[in-house]
Write a protein that binds this ligand. Structure first.
Ligand code: NAP
Length: 487
């Protein structure tokens, strides 16, 4: 058993960024538990062809660790992963990560005022204790397989985009892909030129806007390195642009304008009116994640691509069958069917002061004070927790706001000589009521789509309902009266 001041679960952007900020502010004894063999979280797990960030690189980095070396306006997965690795190395975080440690349970020990965490490893079970536990396990870390009859009967290779099997050859083969979300629209153009046939099974057509990805010229990169303020300026411009992009999500009139403008992208890229009609979204823009791509629509027009919009009745050993009886023969089946962020897999295993788990307390609808701590769970902090996701900007900005709040709360705990801290029930309830009211007028509630933003109770427990600036302002100050400190 080893004891640490802070245990962080997860070594993606959130976990690594938090560890850096903790060390910078004097907390040296930080250990990160990572179930994978390498760091990076979602950026090491998702390795499908075409995988790239859909937020501009200049905004997809921490303000305290800018990267003048980004080679493209939208960094590819290998580049993001490499950036994160060098960030962890440069700040002495890599050696603090314990790889291959999958958290099985975390229990608050009120007697000793600490968390007891049990992990499983390749060789057995390990027990850890910590004064403070921070969950940085990511919202999009556990892939879901579609609930389609016969799925397991498929005879060829079949895998989820987040579990890409690069050993399976796709060249010259008949490939099917289920889903047309953010992952699918990156995979499809990347593999279309290589495969013999590509069957795209689409249930809901997404809104897709131009991406305009391009190489960042060497001279710009040099300028960013020599005069960092020029990169900060570019970052600010992107930040403000994204804040404007958010407005249609709250205002129906602006939504109609956005739909008209962004609809032109489909019109300009798909000439065939019949195909265009099948690709046209039928819900309010932003209700599901707004996607960016310059090559998805063109790929869909190629002769080796079939768009299947009829529901799948079942998967059979040699392909898929629709409810109308069409049988698509396939050699390989790709599942681009997303993740389930509203049922975090670790929630049943994290047990708080009253002996109840996060899953029991949440009952299918996660709630947290300011998205980063939960009443009844002392010394526990969440990164990328309930209602901290974004549909319009860089989630790293949200992480930084959470780092500030968590560091601030820990500082007050230290200053008061308290052993533990948790938000009060009243403060959390007030905050959640305010959030739910703010959500009522958003497109996510009223846009006429079914999305993973909504949990099984119909509540939006994933997204922050305003622009990023408001969250940063809210979390930039600690209000000690919202927390209970125990000596
Ligand atoms: P997703 O957005 O949830 O898309 C899943 C797709 O699978 C949807 O088209 C969905 O259809 C379809 N689907 C699910 N179950 C199905 C079923 N039983 N039958 C038929 N179709 C089914 O998942 P994702 O594309 O992996 O993206 C998830 C999130 O990851 C994104 O929203 C984004 O936040 C993040 N992401 C980011 C990037 C990036 O930065 N570049 C890239 C990839 C992902 P319906 O729409 O009808 O449900």
């Amino acid at each position: 058993m080893s004891h640490h001041q802070v245990l962080i679960v997860g070594s993606g952007f959130a976990g690594i960024g938090m560890a850096i900020r903790l060390r910078e502010t004097g907390t040296e004894d930080v250990v990160l538990l990572e179930r994978a063999a390498t760091l990076g979280g979602t950026w090491q797990a998702n390795r499908y062809p075409g995988c790239a960030c859909d937020v501009e690189s200049v905004l997809y980095s921490f303000s305290f660790a800018p990267n003048p070396g980004w080679t493209r306006t939208f960094a590819t997965q290998p580049e993001v992963e490499a950036h994160l690795r060098s960030l962890a190395d440069a700040h002495g975080i890599t050696e603090r990560i314990r790889f291959g440690e999958e958290v099985r349970s975390a229990r608050w020990d009120a007697v000793h005022a600490r968390w007891e965490v049990v992990t499983s490893t390749a060789t057995g079970v390990c027990t850890w204790t910590a004064d403070t536990l921070i969950l940085a396990t990511g919202a999009l870390s556990d892939p879901i397989r579609p609930d389609i009859p016969g799925l397991e009967s498929f005879g060829g290779p079949m895998f989820h985009t987040a579990e890409w099997d690069a050993t399976v050859p796709l060249d010259g083969r008949r490939v099917g892909i289920i889903g047309t979300g953010a992952s699918a629209i990156q995979v499809i153009p990347a593999i279309q030129p290589r495969v013999a046939q590509l069957v795209v099974a689409q249930r809901t057509p997404p809104w897709v806007m131009p991406r305009r990805d391009r190489a960042i010229p060497e001279r710009t990169r040099q300028r960013y390195a020599v005069r960092p303020w020029t990169q900060r300026l570019a970052r600010l411009a992107q930040y403000l642009r994204h804040e404007v992009l958010f407005l249609p999500f709250r205002h129906a009139a602006l939504r109609r304008v956005a739909e008209a403008v962004i609809g032109l992208h489909l019109r300009s890229q798909v000439r065939d009116p019949a195909l265009r009609a099948r690709l046209r979204p039928r819900y309010g823009i932003g209700c599901k994640r707004l996607l960016l791509s310059d090559d998805f629509y063109p790929a869909m027009t190629r002769s080796n691509v079939t768009l299947e919009t009829t529901a799948i009745r079942r998967i059979v050993p040699d392909g898929i069958e629709t409810v109308e009886g069409t049988h698509h023969r396939l050699d390989v089946l790709l599942l681009a069917t997303g993740f389930r962020p509203t049922d975090p897999p670790l929630a049943p295993a994290v047990v708080g002061a009253a002996g109840r788990s996060l899953a029991e307390v949440w009952a299918g609808s996660p709630r947290a004070h300011l998205g980063c701590s939960v009443a009844g769970f002392p010394n526990l902090f969440l990164l990328n927790g309930p209602n901290t996701g974004l549909g319009h900007s860089s989630v790293l900005l949200m992480f930084e706001a959470q780092f500030a709040q968590i560091l601030g709360v820990l500082a007050v705990r230290r200053a008061r000589g308290a052993r533990s801290v948790a938000p009060t029930e009243a403060a959390q309830a007030r905050y959640v009521r305010w959030l739910d009211a703010a959500h009522r007028t958003t497109v996510w509630q009223s846009g006429g789509c079914a999305s993973w933003y909504l949990d099984r109770t119909g509540r939006n427990s994933t997204l922050w309902p305003y622009g990023v600036g408001r969250y940063r302002r809210l979390l930039g100050r600690v209000r000690p009266e919202e927390y209970a400190f125990d000596a």
